[in-house]
Design a protein around this ligand. Structure first.
Ligand code: THU
Length: 132
């Protein structure tokens, strides 16, 4: 699947976001190495700290479906923002747990441009399972 189709899938997901508090929908499409696409949305809570971002929803769904570290091919993130919407810092750390540093991360903006980064661009010097 190409990045345009993956991003389209992320964009469509925004409609399912549960965002009564922020009104800031985010949709994610996660491409697996076997070609499957797993989606996620942000799910908010009246206790705001209990909110789960779209990226983590997608990763946790993939893990719950039996996918393992190293089986993630790319991720696309879509919001309604003017500028490119990047994953928050907690989501970057969660991505670093399961995805390789060179995994493509696709962001989009109001004009529907796609910015292609890697996870390492977003989280250099990531804290991972370092040798001791
Ligand atoms: N949010 C995401 O789902 N992903 C991001 O990349 C940034 C932020 C959510 C959390 C919250 O529901 C809303 O966006 C506003 O912060």
């Amino acid at each position: 699947m190409n990045k345009e189709l993956l991003m389209e899938s992320a964009r469509k997901m925004k409609a399912k976001a549960y965002v009564p508090y922020s009104k800031f929908p985010v949709g994610v499409a996660l491409l697996l190495k076997d070609g499957a696409v797993i989606n996620g949305v942000n799910v908010e809570n009246v206790s705001l700290g209990a909110t789960n971002c779209a990226e983590r929803t997608a990763i946790f769904t993939a893990i719950s479906n039996g996918y393992k570290k190293g089986e993630f091919e790319a991720i696309a993130v879509a919001g309604d923002t003017v500028d490119f919407l990047p994953p928050c810092s907690i989501c970057r750390q969660v991505l670093a747990e399961f995805c390789s540093p060179d995994m493509p991360v696709y962001l989009t903006n109001e004009k529907k441009n796609i910015l292609e980064l890697t996870l390492k661009d977003l989280l250099p010097y990531a804290f991972t399972d370092l040798e001791m």
